[in-house]
Design a protein around this ligand. Structure first.
Ligand SMILES: [Zn+2]
Length: 95
């Protein structure tokens, strides 16, 4: 085990700058402008974005490449915290 613990992760909604890309001048609603999310919120965001990745692809909002990119990012967030994502758990539903 590494000698450090990750407690926060760069916000995937604003990519760390604290502002919404889609609405300039508006504070990011995920991180409230902090640019980083604490563990539980980062995992919740990753799970949300993972679902939106395939949902958005099916709906035609973005390409399969963008879908896979978002899925990889979500997996990376879970990996950084040493948590198995719900979509990779084999024991049924997530607790
Ligand atoms: Zn943010």
């Amino acid at each position: 085990m590494a000698g450090f613990t990750i407690t926060r992760f760069r916000c995937g909604s604003c990519d760390g700058d604290g502002m919404l890309f889609s609405r300039p001048g508006t504070t990011c609603t995920w991180c409230a402008g902090a640019g980083k999310l604490p563990r539980a919120q980062a995992l919740r965001q990753a799970e949300t974005f993972y679902a939106l990745a395939s949902g958005g692809y099916i709906a035609g909002d973005h390409s399969l490449d963008e879908c896979r990119q978002e899925e990889r990012r979500a997996n990376a967030v879970y990996a950084a915290f040493g948590v198995v994502p719900p979509w990779k758990q084999t024991s049924g539903r997530a607790a």
